[in-house]
Design a binder for this molecule. Sequence first.
Ligand code: SIN
Length: 275
Amino acid sequence: MSIEIRPITPNIGAEIFGANLDSESDLETINAAFVEHSVIAIRGLELTPEDHLSFARTWGEINVNRFFKPVDGYPEIATVLKEADQTSAIGETWHTDHSYDKAPAMCSMLYAKEVPDVGGDTCFASQHAAYLALSDGMKRTLENMKAWHSSRHAFGASLADEEAHQDGRLGNEAAATQDALHPVVISHPLSGKKCLYVNGDFTTHFEGWTREESQPLLNQLYAHCSRADFTCRLRWEAGTLAIWDNRATQHMAMNDYPGERRLMHRITIEGVPLS
Ligand code: SIN
């Protein structure tokens, strides 16, 4: 079976079938699809944690998540888990992974181990499409603005997801000390395309503005960032590996499968400072 790329929407996302991760030419095709579609879902894999790690290392250095429970024996792989009796799902609101870091993670690689028969999809939104759809006036307003992002309120003592901290899916609160300032509109490090770069989980305020002053415009941008025509929705199957570009997308895990278990393994890859 030869590799086949099927776009999910014109703006974002592609499924990849028949990929052989040992084939140099398939790896090149996968990489090109990632640059073009920002989110790719490679179907039909059977990855051990070692396979997942060695594939990830071909993309760059691994950026170890500080707060997610690691997979036993694999500190570089984060567990993304919701048990049947748990109510909160990790990542259930729109966000960009690790935007609180000075050099935010380039991409995340999420491998589906156990998924509900129906539900538990992940939604992704193109932040290039979101930027393009802004008015010229708003583009000019945002062009030279920067915003602060922080891990403190999300993973620190205030515990945004209290249940996940109590049941041990999240931890290490004392390490939630990251604050980073990024442009509100970034030039994507690979494509040079402009992308909106604020997200509801980690952005706190605009540089030089108070939080109160920032919130109305941030709320407006968050609503805009996830407009339906910028999004795609990924339906998981066990054995799917999704890779998304954290500089070009936001994502949200659908928490719509009460009473069922969902288990994923996530690796994030180091990125670069954004400009
Ligand atoms: C995440 O936010 O990285 C997890 C997404 C998901 O579980 O679908």
